[in-house]
Design a protein around this ligand. Structure first.
Ligand code: AMP
Length: 217
Protein backbone atom coordinates (compact mmCIF):
# COMPACT_ATOMS: atom_id res chain seq x y z
CA UNK A 1 0.00 0.00 0.00
CA UNK A 2 1.61 3.25 -1.14
CA UNK A 3 -0.34 6.30 0.00
CA UNK A 4 0.05 10.08 0.07
CA UNK A 5 -1.63 11.81 3.02
CA UNK A 6 -2.57 15.28 1.91
CA UNK A 7 -4.15 18.31 3.59
CA UNK A 8 -3.47 21.55 5.45
CA UNK A 9 -1.34 21.49 8.62
CA UNK A 10 -3.25 20.25 11.65
CA UNK A 11 -5.84 18.05 9.93
CA UNK A 12 -4.38 14.95 11.58
CA UNK A 13 -2.10 13.63 8.83
CA UNK A 14 0.57 12.53 11.32
CA UNK A 15 -1.97 10.84 13.60
CA UNK A 16 -3.68 9.05 10.70
CA UNK A 17 -0.28 8.06 9.28
CA UNK A 18 0.60 6.31 12.55
CA UNK A 19 -2.68 4.32 12.44
CA UNK A 20 -2.09 3.34 8.80
CA UNK A 21 1.44 2.24 9.67
CA UNK A 22 -0.03 -0.15 12.27
CA UNK A 23 -2.61 -1.38 9.75
CA UNK A 24 -0.35 -1.92 6.75
CA UNK A 25 3.13 -2.13 8.40
CA UNK A 26 4.22 0.66 6.08
CA UNK A 27 7.17 2.99 6.36
CA UNK A 28 6.03 6.45 7.54
CA UNK A 29 7.84 9.13 5.57
CA UNK A 30 7.14 12.58 7.01
CA UNK A 31 9.23 15.35 5.47
CA UNK A 32 8.37 17.55 8.50
CA UNK A 33 9.78 14.90 10.90
CA UNK A 34 12.87 14.39 8.73
CA UNK A 35 13.49 18.14 8.58
CA UNK A 36 12.94 18.60 12.34
CA UNK A 37 15.45 15.80 12.98
CA UNK A 38 17.94 17.51 10.65
CA UNK A 39 17.41 20.84 12.45
CA UNK A 40 17.90 19.14 15.84
CA UNK A 41 21.16 17.53 14.65
CA UNK A 42 22.31 20.79 13.00
CA UNK A 43 23.12 18.97 9.74
CA UNK A 44 23.73 21.09 6.58
CA UNK A 45 20.15 20.24 5.52
CA UNK A 46 18.81 21.31 8.92
CA UNK A 47 20.71 24.59 8.86
CA UNK A 48 19.31 25.32 5.40
CA UNK A 49 15.72 24.44 6.39
CA UNK A 50 15.48 26.08 9.82
CA UNK A 51 14.73 29.69 8.88
CA UNK A 52 12.01 28.65 6.45
CA UNK A 53 10.39 26.36 9.01
CA UNK A 54 10.54 28.88 11.86
CA UNK A 55 8.72 31.42 9.69
CA UNK A 56 6.05 28.90 8.67
CA UNK A 57 7.26 28.96 5.05
CA UNK A 58 8.01 26.00 2.79
CA UNK A 59 11.56 24.74 2.50
CA UNK A 60 12.75 25.18 -1.14
CA UNK A 61 11.60 22.48 -3.57
CA UNK A 62 15.08 21.28 -4.54
CA UNK A 63 15.92 20.63 -0.87
CA UNK A 64 12.84 18.52 -0.07
CA UNK A 65 12.84 16.75 -3.45
CA UNK A 66 16.48 15.75 -2.80
CA UNK A 67 15.46 14.48 0.63
CA UNK A 68 12.63 12.33 -0.78
CA UNK A 69 14.88 10.95 -3.52
CA UNK A 70 17.27 9.79 -0.80
CA UNK A 71 14.55 8.17 1.31
CA UNK A 72 12.49 6.53 -1.42
CA UNK A 73 15.23 4.33 -2.86
CA UNK A 74 15.53 1.40 -0.41
CA UNK A 75 13.50 -1.64 -1.50
CA UNK A 76 11.41 -2.02 1.66
CA UNK A 77 10.22 1.56 1.46
CA UNK A 78 9.51 1.20 -2.24
CA UNK A 79 7.00 -1.55 -1.58
CA UNK A 80 5.00 0.01 1.22
CA UNK A 81 5.03 3.62 2.40
CA UNK A 82 2.90 6.49 3.62
CA UNK A 83 4.03 9.93 2.51
CA UNK A 84 3.00 12.60 5.02
CA UNK A 85 3.59 16.27 4.18
CA UNK A 86 5.05 15.64 0.72
CA UNK A 87 4.36 16.82 -1.96
CA UNK A 88 3.36 20.38 -1.04
CA UNK A 89 3.89 22.18 -4.37
CA UNK A 90 3.25 21.37 -8.03
CA UNK A 91 6.98 21.01 -8.84
CA UNK A 92 7.25 18.53 -5.92
CA UNK A 93 4.23 16.56 -7.21
CA UNK A 94 5.69 16.40 -10.72
CA UNK A 95 9.11 15.37 -9.39
CA UNK A 96 7.43 12.66 -7.32
CA UNK A 97 5.56 11.27 -10.34
CA UNK A 98 8.84 11.20 -12.26
CA UNK A 99 10.52 9.37 -9.35
CA UNK A 100 7.66 6.82 -9.14
CA UNK A 101 8.02 6.17 -12.85
CA UNK A 102 11.79 5.81 -12.64
CA UNK A 103 11.56 3.39 -9.71
CA UNK A 104 8.43 1.56 -10.98
CA UNK A 105 6.47 2.49 -7.86
CA UNK A 106 2.65 2.25 -8.02
CA UNK A 107 0.69 4.80 -5.99
CA UNK A 108 -2.53 3.49 -4.44
CA UNK A 109 -4.16 6.81 -3.64
CA UNK A 110 -3.91 10.37 -2.37
CA UNK A 111 -5.99 10.77 0.79
CA UNK A 112 -7.05 14.39 1.11
CA UNK A 113 -8.16 15.21 4.68
CA UNK A 114 -10.10 18.46 5.07
CA UNK A 115 -10.87 20.46 8.26
CA UNK A 116 -12.14 24.06 8.79
CA UNK A 117 -9.42 26.75 9.17
CA UNK A 118 -10.34 27.96 12.68
CA UNK A 119 -10.59 24.36 13.94
CA UNK A 120 -7.00 23.88 12.68
CA UNK A 121 -5.73 26.91 14.64
CA UNK A 122 -7.48 25.56 17.76
CA UNK A 123 -6.13 22.01 17.29
CA UNK A 124 -2.54 23.08 16.71
CA UNK A 125 -2.60 25.43 19.70
CA UNK A 126 -3.51 22.35 21.80
CA UNK A 127 -1.08 19.93 20.11
CA UNK A 128 1.99 18.64 21.97
CA UNK A 129 4.72 16.27 20.77
CA UNK A 130 7.06 13.92 22.60
CA UNK A 131 10.78 14.47 21.92
CA UNK A 132 11.45 10.83 22.78
CA UNK A 133 8.93 8.66 20.87
CA UNK A 134 7.29 11.25 18.60
CA UNK A 135 3.78 10.61 19.95
CA UNK A 136 1.21 13.34 19.43
CA UNK A 137 -1.07 14.52 22.28
CA UNK A 138 -3.57 17.26 23.08
CA UNK A 139 -2.98 19.31 26.24
CA UNK A 140 -6.03 17.71 27.87
CA UNK A 141 -4.43 14.23 27.58
CA UNK A 142 -1.38 15.38 29.55
CA UNK A 143 -3.12 16.52 32.78
CA UNK A 144 -0.77 19.43 33.38
CA UNK A 145 2.56 17.63 33.03
CA UNK A 146 5.18 17.83 30.29
CA UNK A 147 6.10 14.14 30.63
CA UNK A 148 5.12 11.71 27.87
CA UNK A 149 2.63 9.12 29.24
CA UNK A 150 4.02 6.55 26.78
CA UNK A 151 7.80 6.79 27.19
CA UNK A 152 8.50 9.38 29.90
CA UNK A 153 10.17 11.70 27.37
CA UNK A 154 9.80 15.47 27.34
CA UNK A 155 6.61 16.80 25.74
CA UNK A 156 6.77 20.16 23.95
CA UNK A 157 4.85 22.51 21.65
CA UNK A 158 6.28 23.09 18.19
CA UNK A 159 7.18 26.77 17.73
CA UNK A 160 5.34 26.77 14.42
CA UNK A 161 2.13 25.54 16.13
CA UNK A 162 1.58 28.93 17.80
CA UNK A 163 -1.49 30.69 16.32
CA UNK A 164 0.30 33.45 14.32
CA UNK A 165 2.62 30.98 12.60
CA UNK A 166 -0.27 28.56 12.03
CA UNK A 167 -2.19 31.31 10.19
CA UNK A 168 0.91 31.89 8.05
CA UNK A 169 1.19 28.13 7.34
CA UNK A 170 -2.49 28.03 6.35
CA UNK A 171 -1.93 30.93 3.98
CA UNK A 172 1.07 29.11 2.46
CA UNK A 173 -1.09 25.99 2.12
CA UNK A 174 -3.82 27.93 0.28
CA UNK A 175 -1.39 29.47 -2.18
CA UNK A 176 1.10 26.69 -2.81
CA UNK A 177 -0.37 23.35 -1.76
CA UNK A 178 -4.13 23.51 -2.37
CA UNK A 179 -3.65 23.49 -6.19
CA UNK A 180 -2.47 19.88 -5.84
CA UNK A 181 -6.09 18.88 -5.20
CA UNK A 182 -6.86 19.61 -8.86
CA UNK A 183 -3.60 17.97 -9.97
CA UNK A 184 -4.51 14.66 -8.31
CA UNK A 185 -8.23 14.92 -9.12
CA UNK A 186 -7.43 15.39 -12.80
CA UNK A 187 -5.48 12.12 -12.80
CA UNK A 188 -8.21 10.33 -10.78
CA UNK A 189 -6.03 9.68 -7.73
CA UNK A 190 -7.76 11.87 -5.10
CA UNK A 191 -9.75 10.28 -2.26
CA UNK A 192 -11.44 12.94 -0.06
CA UNK A 193 -12.03 12.42 3.65
CA UNK A 194 -13.80 14.72 6.14
CA UNK A 195 -11.38 15.25 9.05
CA UNK A 196 -13.88 17.02 11.37
CA UNK A 197 -14.47 13.83 13.40
CA UNK A 198 -12.82 11.83 16.19
CA UNK A 199 -9.48 10.22 15.26
CA UNK A 200 -10.86 6.64 15.15
CA UNK A 201 -13.76 7.62 12.91
CA UNK A 202 -11.50 9.54 10.50
CA UNK A 203 -9.30 6.41 10.34
CA UNK A 204 -12.38 4.39 9.38
CA UNK A 205 -13.24 6.96 6.68
CA UNK A 206 -9.68 6.73 5.34
CA UNK A 207 -9.88 2.93 5.12
CA UNK A 208 -13.37 3.12 3.54
CA UNK A 209 -12.04 5.53 0.92
CA UNK A 210 -9.06 3.26 0.14
CA UNK A 211 -11.18 0.11 -0.14
CA UNK A 212 -14.00 1.77 -2.07
CA UNK A 213 -11.71 3.10 -4.75
CA UNK A 214 -11.18 0.48 -7.41
CA UNK A 215 -7.66 1.68 -8.16
CA UNK A 216 -6.57 1.94 -4.52
CA UNK A 217 -6.17 -1.73 -3.60
P1 AMP B 1 4.93 19.46 8.91
O1 AMP B 1 5.46 18.73 10.09
O2 AMP B 1 4.54 18.54 7.80
O3 AMP B 1 3.83 20.43 9.28
O4 AMP B 1 6.15 20.35 8.34
C1 AMP B 1 6.75 21.34 9.13
C2 AMP B 1 7.49 22.33 8.26
O5 AMP B 1 8.51 21.64 7.51
C3 AMP B 1 6.65 23.02 7.21
O6 AMP B 1 5.96 24.16 7.71
C4 AMP B 1 7.72 23.39 6.18
O7 AMP B 1 8.48 24.50 6.61
C5 AMP B 1 8.64 22.18 6.21
N1 AMP B 1 8.21 21.14 5.23
C6 AMP B 1 7.74 19.88 5.50
N2 AMP B 1 7.46 19.22 4.37
C7 AMP B 1 7.73 20.10 3.35
C8 AMP B 1 7.61 20.02 1.93
N3 AMP B 1 7.14 18.91 1.32
N4 AMP B 1 7.98 21.11 1.21
C9 AMP B 1 8.46 22.22 1.79
N5 AMP B 1 8.58 22.36 3.12
C10 AMP B 1 8.22 21.31 3.90
Amino acid sequence: MNIILFGPPGVGKGTQAKLLVEEFHSAHISTGDLLREAVKNKTPLGLKAKTFMDAGNLVPDEVVIGLIEEVLTPDDVRRNFILDGFPRTLPQARALDALFERLHIALNGVISIQVDGEEIVRRLDQRRLCRGCGSIFTISQLTGTSVCPKCGGEVYQRDDDKPDTVRRRLDVYDRQTRPLIDFYRATDRLLSVNGMHQVAYVHKLVLDALYRDRTAI
